[in-house]
Ligand binder design. Structure first.
Ligand code: CP
Length: 321
């Protein structure tokens, strides 16, 4: 693997970006997620006595439920905050908010609004772990879920060929940063023109791939697709439910709809989707509800992966995981 040798953090573990994880951290969280899914993680309740804050300023079905249910299953108690609950809304700073919460919570799982810097400000204390449950720029716990799903399905991640079709959004960003750490993987990204991966993410992921044996290719069309993919992956076109300023965006996205035609060159590929889905937009119902789709197993894995993230926050990487 090709990630940072040392995590840029103190004794408290934060997960705000995939880039915060060492290769050991990443492998451990993914392996533990697969073990929680398989029921072989052990009978311990590693978060017994802990209190986990669940703060969501944006809507969520999977991630919020996954971390809430996961924390409870690990023995923690939870405190939930909606978008209107904290004094952040009346002007208290993120740093003060984090400092106060850190005296009462062991972990804060937060989905913020537009500014990814909010999470770093909440993490500017040395007592409480902060987990990014999706910010505008990155969705790291989705990538951990996705790798957990790949490991559970294929028994390996090394060498897998993944075709990502759709917007270069926060899910795509996290996937690119995570998958390119694994040897021999190929990530083919097909994004609509003007809606690609952020330049700095493509550069970071490409450099990471080049240091190892992974490859990353991004194009803005759907022609000359290579074949033999193990996975076809898409996400909804209106990330976080927000519409796009360009009135013609649907015409630009239309060629990137995932249909069964994509399976012509990859007959054994599975289909993944981070959900929620809009059948008839980014993917046809035939694909999402068809035999190749593991999207709902993937959704369940959000909870198993959340448990692995919470365990890592409190205990660090599990030896031999
Ligand atoms: N995939 C995902 O993050 O789903 P939610 O928005 O429902 O949490």
């Amino acid at each position: 693997m090709t990630g940072p040798a040392r995590s840029p953090r103190g004794s408290v573990r934060h997960l705000i970006s995939i880039n915060d994880l060492t290769d050991e951290d990443l492998r451990s969280i993914v392996a533990r997620g697969a073990r929680f899914r398989a029921g072989t993680a052990g009978p311990e309740r590693p978060l017994a006595g802990d209190v986990v804050g669940i703060y969501f300023r944006k809507t969520s079905t999977r991630t919020r439920t996954a971390f809430s249910s996961g924390a409870l299953r690990l023995g923690a108690q939870i405190v939930s905050y909606g978008p209107d609950d904290l004094q952040l809304n009346t002007g208290e700073t993120h740093e003060d908010t984090g400092a106060v919460m850190s005296r009462m919570l062991e972990v804060l799982v937060a989905r913020t609004a537009a500014d990814p810097g909010e999470l770093r400000m909440l993490a500017a204390q040395d007592r409480m772990s902060v987990v990014n449950a999706m910010s505008a720029d990155e969705h790291p716990t989705q990538a951990l879920t996705d790798l957990t799903t790949l490991l559970g399905h294929f028994g390996r991640i090394d060498g897998l060929r993944v075709l990502y079709v759709g917007e270069g959004n926060n899910t795509a960003t996290a996937l690119a940063l995570a998958l390119t750490r694994y040897a021999g993987t190929h990530l083919e990204v097909r994004t609509p023109p003007g809606y690609g991966l952020p330049d700095e993410i493509r550069a970071t992921a490409s450099a990471q791939a080049a240091r190892g044996t992974a490859t990353l290719c991004e194009r803005h069309d759907m022609v000359d697709l290579p074949g033999n993919f193990d996975v076809v992956y898409t996400t909804r076109w209106q990330t976080t439910g927000t519409s796009k300023p360009d009135p013609n965006w649907r015409e630009i996205f239309a060629p990137f709809q995932v249909t069964t035609a994509l399976w012509a060159g990859s007959p054994n590929a599975i289909f993944m989707h981070d959900l929620p889905a809009h059948r008839g937009e980014e993917v046809t119902a035939e694909v999402l509800d068809g035999p190749a789709s593991i999207a709902f197993d993937q959704a369940e894995n959000k909870m198993h992966s959340a448990m692995a993230v919470l365990e890592w926050c409190r205990r660090g990487p599990v030896a031999g995981s």
